[in-house]
Design a protein around this ligand. Sequence first.
Ligand code: 76R
Length: 248
Amino acid sequence: MSEAAQTLEGWYALHDFRAIDWTAWTSASESERQQAAEELESLRREWAGTEEAKQGSTAFYAIVGQKADFMLMHLRETLEELNELETAFNKTSFAAFTRPAYSYVSVVELSNYMGQPGVNPLEIPEVAARLKPILPKTKHVCFYPMNKRRSGADNWYMLSMDERRAMMRSHGMIGRQYAGKVKQIITGSVGFDNWEWGVTLFADDALQFKKLVYEMRFDEVSARFGDFGDFYVGNLLTDEGLRRMLSV
Ligand code: 76R
């Protein structure tokens, strides 16, 4: 058996994608819409409070294209909290104007491929901080789930630790060239959802998503071993953006 990579886990993650029932929204009365918007607003204040207390983090993005209208990405200490959040949202009158489009359950994950022997990574403050990240408020987000391939000669899980480490080093070197332009949060979902990882990228310039993902396609770990699900790309929903989106 090959040696399993050790992983460190942080906050649990829920990516909650919703579509808005625009017919219902635009034909609702002004006061129904206002009530719905206020209930959403009150949850947003609650989420902001949790974030200020550093007990979790939430990102809110409009999604471009027909896959969804918006995404809420929540990070929390426990799966129970994610469940409560989801239910609280579902009980709002705003949720009655939405329908589920997609969701993804995972946990913030760092693997030890690049770890130094004899160093406890949890004692490195940057590592500990990356396990419980406050989500960036960049203009754009990109999310997609992925697997490492397990087929024939291209079975990631049959490779030796040394082979995997060498490939992950090359992967990390490409990634580092995007420092300051793209922030990535890798969440592990083996045992939680249909793919092995969720990849969430944040950037102020959306083109950097394309450039980074494209460049990685030529790198062995993605070229030979990466299998990808649907991509979701979106724009930060500020207070003003949300008002504009919901105005009729
Ligand atoms: O954690 C670290 O910074 C060390 C290096 C590193 C690891 C271990 C790293 C760096 N990644 C790691 C693990 Mn990554 N990453 C992806 C994708 O589209 C694709 O082809 C792949 C999707 C992107 C865009 C990306 C970006 N990475 C992983 C893992 C877990 C693998 C495992 O355990 O087998 C996956 C699935 C994954 C996928 N990666 C970086 C980036 C970027 C931008 C970096 C540099 C981060 C930095 O140095 O700040």
